[in-house]
Ligand binder design. Structure first.
Ligand code: GDP
Ligand code: MN
Length: 390
């Protein structure tokens, strides 16, 4: 689950991570009020920042520096309601519904600092670089030696000597070194405590007056842990998510939208991925990943069909069910019931294998519905490609 920059900064602040001051606003009036509130505290320069679930906002015109308080209103007017296009949003961009008004900082240096899980070693890895502010992927590509990596042993946690190593490698000295060490320790604590999968500060800055603070913050939280973080779960902003994925979530369907033309509905994540591979090998492109789980009921099957069909790119649907715990005849009844309840607008190919597969196939045939069946997966994939060409 992604959260906005302002929310990530709230979380980090709770764990003692030094973040740039700011107030979030939904309207131009609120943005001006936010600036006035900070001005009363002595702030004279501001930055107005679009809040969307995508990075690279600066490049797309979503981050505006305001040298005086009078510049805040026009900046907020410009950003709120804009369709912000960044390298991460795709060509259609993302509508900006909120802005964060921050106290502008005088930057002496921009660094990169991030934490995530390194699956190869099974340990959290803290990455730091003196090349902050720019895209870290480019740094990793062109000058990998400029990224310092420190792995955290899960049995001991982050040790203070490791945080000192990072601050040292960033070239921090004096007070900035001490603040840097504290920052790294607090960031890791926040990452662990909130069950984040990523906590990324780009840029982490050293200000002209020597403070170390987060100017930007990106956090991804583990969906599967949100049951134990009610406060964090409330930070979810469905308006930023794919509407089909939101709908699928309501039916407990594991759905991820993709760009292809073959919708697929499969039980089990591994089989779903194998099915997507086969669709590709047969010349199609999967339109989604959808794992209906082990207990595909007629209701969830119907919800799955509706979600798949509401994607206009879908030209054919492949249902691939292996009957283990779930019996194929039951699945077939579900498919028939769902397909009779709604209008199927694209060819449907169903492959059933496993427990009661033959009974299941018979049910599909007897239904009189235009459902094509297949026994082998290759056969199913070929029928899908043929349907696409038809
Ligand atoms: P992103 O483009 O979505 O990653 O948004 P950021 O929050 O990282 O902002 C982009 C860039 O704007 C930063 O790398 C900074 O160079 C600049 N910026 C943001 N806030 C400030 C600020 O307070 N002072 C100055 N001087 N620059 C800022
Ligand atoms: Mn950034």
């Amino acid at each position: 689950m992604k959260v906005h920059e302002y929310q990530a900064k709230e979380i980090l602040d709770q764990y003692g991570v030094a973040v740039q001051r700011g107030i979030v606003a939904d309207t131009v009036e609120e943005a001006v009020e936010a600036a006035q509130t900070m001005a009363a505290d002595g702030v004279t320069q501001f930055v107005v920042k679009a809040q969307i679930h995508a990075g690279g906002r600066g490049k797309g015109g979503g981050v505006k520096f305001c040298p005086s308080i009078d510049d805040v209103k026009p900046a907020a007017e410009k950003i709120l309601g804009m369709q912000l296009i960044t390298p991460q949003t795709g060509a259609e961009g993302q509508l900006v519904r909120k802005v964060l008004v921050t106290a502008a900082e005088d930057i002496a240096h921009e660094y990169y600092l991030g934490v995530t899980l390194d699956r190869a070693t099974g340990m959290d890895v803290i990455m730091a670089s003196t090349e902050g502010g720019v895209e870290i992927e480019e740094v990793a590509e062109a000058t990998p030696e400029k990224i310092v990596k420190v792995h955290v042993d899960p049995t001991t946690g982050l040790r203070s000597y490791q945080a000192r190593e990072i601050a040292f490698q960033l070239g921090l000295e004096g007070t900035a070194f001490k603040e840097g060490v504290k920052f790294v320790m607090a960031l890791y604590k926040a990452y662990r405590a909130s069950d984040a999968t990523i906590a990324e500060i780009n840029p982490l800055v050293k200000t002209e007056d020597g403070r170390i603070i987060a100017l930007d913050a990106k956090m991804d939280l583990d969906d599967n842990a949100m049951f134990r973080h009610k406060d964090l779960a409330e930070m979810r902003d469905e308006a930023e998510e794919d509407p089909l994925e939101v709908e699928a979530g309501k039916h407990n369907l594991n759905y991820i939208k993709l760009d292809g033309n073959v919708g697929c509905m499969v039980n089990g994540a591994g089989l779903a991925m194998g099915t997507m591979d086969l669709i590709k090998l047969a010349g199609g492109e999967p339109a989604n990943f959808l794992d209906v789980g082990g207990t595909a009921s007629p209701a969830t099957t119907e919800a799955g069909f509706r979600i798949i069909q509401s994607d206009p790119n879908v030209k054919a649907i492949l249902v691939n069910i292996f009957g283990g715990i779930v019996r194929c005849d039951r699945v077939a009844k579900g498919v028939v019931e769902a397909a009779s309840n709604m209008e199927l607008t694209v060819p449907l190919i169903v492959r059933l294998q496993g427990t009661n597969a033959e009974e299941g196939m018979q049910i599909l045939k007897d239904s009189g519905l235009p459902i094509q069946t297949a026994i082998r997966l290759q056969e199913a994939a070929d029928k899908v490609t043929a349907a696409l060409d038809a």
